[in-house]
Design a binder for this molecule. Structure first.
Ligand code: TRH
Length: 378
């Protein structure tokens, strides 16, 4: 464990806007700070009901509780009087409570805003830019995760690569996982997690008419409803529906740990937003990413920046093919035949996914960089 002088107490503020990404990232960050650096971490969450989906041990009726040695506190509108931590992280510009901010003016902790992950080049210039508060004697730093060495790095807990390799190298571990979830051998395994505006029907049509069997696994309940619309009937958790080459299986919403294993298991993963996207990279398997839709199509610029970085070492043809598939999917379409396009290129895409994962995992991870930055400010 690495110490941080006297900066042992960290407060992380997380406001759940919609979806699971904000809490998904904050929970990983909190746990890593606690488990790998021994920090006392208090995670303030404004909606414990939604958080419980990702952190099943949470008891939403308790305003304060410990889960995995992280203190989880309910962030209520009427914020309790509390002593600010040594490091305060405002996740995704969530605006920390005014009373807490006033108290920070006395203790002057390190104050950071954790930004969304992006591969865009401007991130390098804005990472760690200080922003003095207009009225109080406080400086907020903007912490940008990213793919380049000049950014804040990527969230990756110690032991992740070893655990993934052990799983992917062990037929026993995979069989035990499949047994636990009730996943049988029904074809090329594909996990599907995307936004409701995605071309889900077109994708499922393509899987159903593809050249060989596809086993598509859906664990998000909202997405399962859309898959049911396509099927024209309901699908119970665990049940498999067959149409042409497609075996469509509904799973229960998985723990973050099991969701990782699902990504490690599948030959192709459809992911979205921020956290599942990064976990798909760490899975070292080919994936199709759907960025979170933003005004003025900012998400498409974000996609292009990522494709530039991520596909740079792919051969021209494979790069063109996978980039086109991403663009089409991000714009809300799916072209018939593209499942076979991915399948035909699966060898090259798999080699590339392994190589890209190894290369990114050779860089210092986000928490390691964050801890050093804070240490240097103390
Ligand atoms: O849920 P998301 O769409 O979250 C988004 C993004 O983070 C986006 O940047 C943000 O602005 C927006 O929310 C408000 O997608 P994301 O980021 O992939 O988060 C999903 C989390 O859910 C991730 O931690 C993985 C987890 N998950 C499970 O634990 N089990 C599951 O079965 C599934 C499908 C997901």
């Amino acid at each position: 464990m690495v110490g941080l002088g006297n900066a042992q107490r960290w407060d992380i503020f997380c406001r759940i806007i919609d979806n699971y990404g904000d809490i998904g990232v904050c929970w990983r960050l909190a746990r890593q700070l606690q488990q790998e650096y021994g920090m006392h971490v208090r995670l303030w969450i404004d909606d414990l009901q939604v958080a419980q989906r990702l952190i099943p041990a949470i008891q939403p009726e308790l305003p304060s509780q410990f889960v995995d040695q992280v203190e989880i506190s309910l962030w209520e509108a009427c914020f309790p009087e509390t002593v600010p931590a040594d490091v305060v992280i405002e996740a995704f510009a969530c605006d920390i409570p005014q009373t807490y901010l006033e108290a920070m003016a006395d203790s002057k902790p390190v104050w950071l805003n954790l930004e969304y992950l992006s591969a865009e080049s401007w991130v390098r210039d804005f990472h760690l830019k200080p922003s003095p508060h207009a009225r109080l004697p406080l400086i907020k730093y903007f912490y940008f995760p990213g793919f380049a060495a000049e950014t804040g790095g990527l969230l990756r807990e110690q032991g992740l690569m070893a655990a993934r390799q052990a799983f992917q190298g062990s037929a026993e571990l995979q069989a035990a996982f499949c047994k636990k979830l009730g996943i049988a051998e029904l074809g090329t395994k594909v996990s599907l997690f995307c936004y409701p505006h995605a071309a889900i029907a077109a994708l499922l049509d393509d899987m159903a008419t593809s050249s060989s069997p596809v086993h598509c696994l859906v664990s998000d309940p909202k997405l399962a409803l859309l898959a049911e619309d396509w099927l024209g009937r309901s699908l119970a958790v665990g049940e498999v529906a067959t149409q042409g080459q497609l075996s469509l299986q509904r799973l229960s919403f998985l723990s973050q740990q099991d969701y990782d294993r699902l990504l490690w298991l599948c030959a192709l993963n459809f992911v979205r937003g921020e956290d599942s996207w990064l976990r798909a990279i760490w899975a070292a398997r080919p994936f199709v990413w759907q960025p979170y839709r933003q005004e003025e199509d900012t998400h498409l610029a974000k996609l292009e920046a990522f494709l530039d970085v991520y596909t740079a070492s792919l051969g021209d043809e494979a790069r063109q093919a996978i980039s086109d598939i991403h663009r089409t999917w991000a714009e809300g379409h799916w072209r018939a035949g593209d499942i076979d396009v991915v399948r035909e290129r699966s060898g090259a895409l798999q080699t590339h996914a392994t190589h890209a994962c190894q290369q990114l995992a050779s860089q210092p991870d986000l928490v390691a960089k964050l801890v050093i930055f804070c240490k240097n400010l103390f």
